[in-house]
Design a binder for this molecule. Sequence first.
Ligand SMILES: C[S@@+](CC[C@H](N)C(=O)[O-])C[C@H]1O[C@@H](n2cnc3c(N)ncnc32)[C@H](O)[C@@H]1O
Length: 263
Amino acid sequence: MNKTRKVHKLMLYDYPEYYETAFSFRNIEKETLFLHECIKRFSKNEVHNIFEIGCGNAPHAGMLTNLGYSYHGLDLNRNMLDYAAYQWKDLPQKIKLHEANMIEFTYPVKQDFAFVMLGSLYLNNYDEITSHFDSMSRLLNKDGLYFLDWCIQFGDPLVHNDNNKFIIEKDGIKVESEFKIKLLDKKEQMYEEVWTIKINDRGRHKQFDMIERNKAILPEQFLQFIKSRDDFEFIGWWKEWNFNHPIENNDNVIRPIVLIQKI
Ligand SMILES: C[S@@+](CC[C@H](N)C(=O)[O-])C[C@H]1O[C@@H](n2cnc3c(N)ncnc32)[C@H](O)[C@@H]1O
């Protein structure tokens, strides 16, 4: 899940209903209002268009549309996009969905705000990171914002290895999820994450075993990367989804929020 590119088929994402159940612990309303607050606080532009990277089932699309934004989502999984389109088909303003790879893409409508949730930056090396930010630079208007949730690795991911299991049930579907993380290469900050999902769908059983390789983006590396470019600037980073709680020093933050701006 976290800042990785899959090394084999994205199985869980082929079953959006199971994905949705597995992540139904989130407070989508709170997250959406936080995006709205971020725009009000930091955007120099009047924001009409909002673009989500790795949008999947587009959980925030309904509320964002009701707040008056025009929602655009990019994902490479057709099943996820079809599910999102069906789920939001009755909104007064149609959402726009684009099937593409976040590593390199072009999009016809310029945007004032883009976001990526749950560490869904599937970039595995420096060239892919560069190519992604080149694409974002083409996408955003001057002063456009890019909001990244859980994409920068503060602290040691192995610390949370014992606490990566949960069970959740929704509408008769029970999901057991477990992550195991292993350090592959300390110098390159490469991690391997084995994600096992067991489904009990009203008596029908399925299991997904997904292996992901992940190059962690460390805070200092990210700052240097942004500094090295002439098209983005760093605005800030925060913890606990609270703009009154900036991240300081080496805080061991699990789900950091980062904001950068196109210049
Ligand atoms: C963890 S889900 C996040 C879904 C949604 N944004 C949310 O907040 O729940 C990650 C999504 O990223 C998509 N994805 C993975 N690799 C991608 C890539 N290279 N380009 C575009 N989308 C990708 C997957 O298909 C999946 O829908």
